[in-house]
Each structure stands twice: as structure tokens, then as C-alpha cells.
Write a protein that binds this ligand. Structure first.
Ligand SMILES: [Fe+2]
Ligand SMILES: [Fe+2]
Length: 301
């Protein structure tokens, strides 16, 4: 990725898509008709795939996770929330934000890779073609806008990648768990028990997940979209929960009820990237109308 200077480290990935392509290796697209995306859908992952995905990961992806697991501490997440969640950086409409994000140009081949805007439109268009509700189509359109953090100098490991709770024991089902050995929290007695700084059943709202684009876009949108959409935004990268079933001890009833929406959204995010490129110009009026139905003309970022 060329456009964002990295503050704390090298940028190991050529493209943010490398991490998301890696998700697809870990969680391959189901083939059967019955497994098509729908609410309540949560595909199984074969054990063989589970065993091999780390060994098969590109060196850039491995290095990405090494940095992510080393530096995503509880205190880092607290500091980033303080830095960003006052939403005092700029005021921008949703379509404007999508165009702003689209400045993020990866080093990889522009002819074969989707732009950020194209990924958002593809995700949303897939939802639309499946007859999903308008709020869900819009949720698809905004879900990765938090990646604008990259444009503000945040390193890749603090923007993308799977998220996981900080402040308590790291699950062994998080990808590349051995890299947590270098995370200072793994030796801090406040953070190493099963519940850590949390209480059993406290609910995910009380849990500081590792910092990234999910939490940021959730906070930007939280006054404007329904709760089920907000769950999709806030937890779409929380694979240890929505694909691995971990951290049940932290959940409350609201989390358990909304898991189905996070799982329903995931295939639209993951498995639409290879389809034909969307016609941005032709689609814009539809999305401008949809945005205006839920959001004010300017939103705080
Ligand atoms: Fe995302
Ligand atoms: Fe995405």
C-alpha cells in the first residue's frame, strides 16, 4: 500500500486485500445451494483447512499478523479510542467518504484488484440482488469506510485483520496465536485470566476489541442504522466470534440474538470480490437516495 505512511512499523502488505484473501483461504466459499447467504447462515469450516491455512499464508500476511498480535494491546486500543472516537476530525457525507477512501491505492495490479469503492458497491449490490432490506444494503455499502484510518497514517495492523478482545486471555483459535507471545498483555496478570478486566456475560459492548476499521465505522454510524446493522459493522472482522464461536463467556443476550446478522453479512463481504466490476456512475443515484434515507448530509468523522 503506497498512499499511507506507516507510523509504527513497516507496511508488510502490498494490498489490504491480501488479508481478506487470506480469510477466504481459511473460510472457503461453500458450494451448495443450501449454503447461499441468508440470515442465520454460518458455514462450517473443515478441520483440514483449519490445520493448513497458517502454513500456506504468504510471508506478507504472516508478518502482518505478527505485527498485529504484538502491538494490539489493551492500552493501545484505549489510546486509539480516545484519539479517534471524539469524531472531531472532519464532517463528510457517506458518498463523499467512500470517494475519500477510494484514494487508498494499493501497490498491487489495479486491473485485477477491486478499488475500495468497488468492493463496497459489490457487497451492497449482492445484498440488493438477494432482496435484503434497505438498511442492510446500506450497511454493506458503508462497512469498510473505517479503512480511512489508513489515510490518516495508521499502520495496516491497526486498521484491518481479524479483531479479538483485548484485556483478557487471547483465544487459541485466533489466527497465528503464537504471535501473542510477543504481546506484553500476555504477561500482564490483569489481562491473562479468562475474563480479564471483564465480568462473565458483560456483553460485547463493554469489551475492547483490538482497534481497527470495524469499531471506527460503528461509532460513526451508531445513531443512524438499526442495531442489527450496527452489529454487522462493529463485528464483521471478529472472526474468533462469528466463525470460531469463541468468547461465549463474554456475551449477553443481545449479542447472542444479533450473531445471526453478523454471520448473515459475512458471505456478502467475503465472497463477492471476484464478480464483475460495478458501474460506479450508474449506481451512484441509487446509493445517494439510500444514504439520504438514513444519514444526514454530513456525518462526523
Ligand atoms: Fe472490513
Ligand atoms: Fe469488506
Amino acid at each position: 500500500m503506497s498512499s499511507a505512511p506507516s507510523s509504527n512499523s513497516a507496511t508488510p502488505l502490498q494490498s489490504l486485500d491480501e488479508v481478506e484473501d487470506f480469510y477466504k483461504t481459511r473460510y472457503p466459499e461453500p458450494m451448495s445451494e443450501a449454503a447461499k447467504p441468508k440470515v442465520g447462515y454460518a458455514p462450517d469450516k473443515k478441520e483440514t483447512e483449519f490445520r493448513n491455512y497458517e502454513a500456506d499464508a504468504r510471508p506478507t500476511v504472516r508478518e502482518f499478523y505478527r505485527l498485529n498480535h504484538t502491538f494490539q494491546t489493551y492500552d493501545f486500543g484505549v489510546a486509539k479510542r480516545k484519539e479517534y472516537l471524539g469524531l472531531n476530525r472532519m464532517q463528510m457525507g457517506i458518498w463523499e467518504a467512500a470517494e475519500y477512501l477510494n484514494q487508498l491505492v494499493d501497490d498491487s495490479d489495479p486491473d485485477t484488484d477491486m478499488s475500495q469503492l468497488e468492493h463496497l458497491l459489490q457487497t451492497a449490490e449482492h445484498l440488493r440482488k438477494d432482496g435484503q432490506p434497505r438498511w442492510m444494503i446500506l450497511t454493506g455499502f458503508v462497512h469498510d469506510l473505517g479503512k480511512i484510518l489508513c489515510l490518516w497514517g495508521e499502520p495496516q495492523w491497526a486498521v484491518v485483520g481479524d479483531t479479538f478482545p483485548t484485556g483478557c486471555a487471547f483465544s487459541q483459535k485466533i489466527v497465528f496465536p503464537k504471535f501473542f507471545e510477543a504481546n506484553p498483555d500476555s504477561k500482564d496478570p490483569r489481562f491473562t485470566s479468562k475474563n480479564g478486566v471483564y465480568t462473565e456475560g458483560c456483553g460485547l459492548d463493554a469489551v475492547n476489541l483490538s482497534w481497527g476499521h470495524d469499531e471506527y465505522i460503528y461509532q460513526v454510524c451508531k445513531n443512524y442504522l438499526p442495531l442489527s446493522g450496527l452489529y454487522m459493522l462493529r463485528y464483521h472482522s471478529f472472526y474468533p466470534w462469528h466463525r470460531e464461536g469463541e468468547y461465549s463467556h463474554l456475551l449477553n443476550n443481545q449479542d447472542r440474538e444479533n450473531l445471526k446478522w453478523v454471520q448473515a453479512f459475512n458471505p456478502y463481504d467475503l465472497y463477492t470480490k471476484s464478480h464483475a466490476k460495478p458501474d460506479v456512475k450508474a449506481l451512484r443515484p441509487y446509493y445517494e437516495d439510500l444514504i439520504a434515507e438514513f444519514f444526514p448530509a454530513k456525518v462526523r468523522w
